[in-house]
Design a protein around this ligand. Structure first.
Ligand code: DQA
Length: 144
């Protein structure tokens, strides 16, 4: 089985952007972390990063029927996108929402998520380790 790993806008700059908030690890490090955790459960990872809302929606449509679950850090689209939520509402398996930073300790506009009501679980403020937790959780939920 394959887990879809979706990262939204500006997460391509991981390691460079606000390292005091998001840490020094890069997106490649995140993707490798997820591959390693998935492999422990006999799963693979299909990783997509885009700065474009529509491209993320297209990726959901492409992976919705085949992925056993989705790990999604939608970045700022978390707080704005009804369209991405509608797309994610069509997936088969569990959705785990991840935020590297503790969004609840930050600006009020980061406290609301359009994705949280449709997520199986939410991991915030655990740094990039949160992604590995999310992968492990999908393995648990899907019996892998
Ligand atoms: C983020 C939090 C969002 O508010 C922000 O727009 C991001 C990253 C996080 O991982 O902490 O781009 O999703």
């Amino acid at each position: 089985g394959t887990i879809a790993l979706l990262n939204g806008p500006n997460l391509n700059l991981l390691g460079v952007r606000k390292p005091e908030v998001y840490g020094r690890a890069t997106l490649a490090d995140v993707e490798q972390l997820c591959r390693d955790e998935a492999a422990r459960h006999g799963l693979g990872i299909e990783a997509v990063q885009s700065n474009h809302e529509g491209a993320l929606i297209d990726a959901v449509h492409e992976l919705r029927a085949t992925a056993v679950g989705f790990v999604v850090n939608a970045g700022a689209f978390t707080h704005t996108s009804v369209a991405l939520r509608d797309a994610l509402e069509t997936i088969e398996g569990p959705l785990i929402e991840v935020h590297i930073s503790n969004v609840h300790a930050r600006e009020a506009f980061r406290h609301h998520s359009y994705l949280s009501p449709i997520a199986s679980g939410i991991i915030v403020g655990c740094g990039i380790q949160g992604y590995a937790f999310a992968v492990a959780r999908i393995a648990e939920l899907t019996g892998a």
